[in-house]
Ligand binder design. Sequence first.
Ligand SMILES: [Zn+2]
Length: 481
Amino acid sequence: MMATGTVRVEIPTPLRGWVDGQAAIEVEGSTVGTVLEAVAARYPALRPHLFGPTGALRGFVSIYLNQEDIRYREREATPVRPGDVISIVPAIAGGAGEPATVGLSREEMQRYSRHLLLPEVGLRGQRKLKEARVLLVGAGGLGSPTATYLAAAGVGRIGLVEFDTVDLSNLQRQILYTTEDLGRPKLEVAAERLRALNPEVTVEPHPGPLTSANALDLLKGYDVVVDGTDNFPTRYLVNDAAVLTGIPNVYGSIYRFEGQVTVFGGRAGPCYRCLYPEPPPPNLVPSCAEAGVLGVLPGVVGLLQAIETLKLLLGVGEPLIGRLLLFDALALRFRELQVRASPDCDLCGPKATQRGLIDYPEFCGVSAPGAPNASEIPSILPAELVGRLRDRDPPLLLDVREPEEWAIARIEGARLIPLGELAERVDELTGAREIVVYCKMGGRSARAVAQLTELGFRGVRHLDGGIDRWSRDVDPSMPRY
Ligand SMILES: [Zn+2]
């Protein structure tokens, strides 16, 4: 006869609802099997979560005796002694993979001590984080704070997709980079910073961009993807790849003083397409480069993404799945809206027909062959415009930016009519035989050209690359912003 004694069974957060919220239960037994049987007898609602219909332990639950996985001992027959601790470790939503089997060094114990003190994290949680793999798409405003805190928290593998270099205008919010890094590849600098912060984590740089050709393979290697992108084609690409590979997608976006955060739940949805089945027409929603953004805002939103990522990896708390969190920095107010998995969603719905990735620039109507906006709008290069402005009969130069931008820099001789006022102030242009429109980068001016042409104006072109290109090609003394 084997001895019987009191053993402590640790209950993970997702299962505590079946045991009156208890974190641990003391029961008697001689083997792991008899102990778990005693627990299930006391809490019958827990039984289906531990045992299958045949009475065998479920494959998605791992059982540890003290620090050891019982699969490497005698499974249910593994004997227990009084004072032993049995841990139930269920696979977490989103499939963060196998339960943690790695150990922590003394240095790691000290580094993560504030985590180890939290019952919701503890040694087991910290080991899960060490085994976790997170892919960050974008290492800019959102990716900087997310990557920094995930590395500090001890997420074992952090993949970064990025192809940009550090620009002076990034430093107002992209806190991974410093003035000394100007002109260097962000990926290289970010990897250095994160390794310096925490040499225990492995940083996996993926020189971007993320494309339909590489996204599925890339995402397959990770447990969670964090969307820190700044354009619609990449957002849809990240979303679709996450649904198709079945991993959760922690979404964040920013605009001026407002942010959005939610978690898309992999194959079961909801997904970004449930929220927005179609992208907005190109240039309808200005980018941060055009509309501006409060520097701290991506910090707040990126850190909410980091929190959601850690919760998913640890399997604790209530994930932001099915809820869209809206943050208004000016009012300092958070609101929450429900996001349903749409039954009509073509990607994650029950009648879904989309089985693979598509051509995202084309889907979003940008920079694709034959896209109306990019190639059919007549344009003029800065070098040519310089000459035309010196002619005896120069074109009317129209600036469609906002007054704040006009105050930073403008091309001499231009007239300011912000795009939003163009329709009502169009009389001011009557009689012009030739018009050249410009904005910051060329997006708004393209819309102005289309608008004016529709109203019957002839000889309307826009400045290729906007005032930004003008300052690079023609007038380096002009401030860029
Ligand atoms: Zn969907």
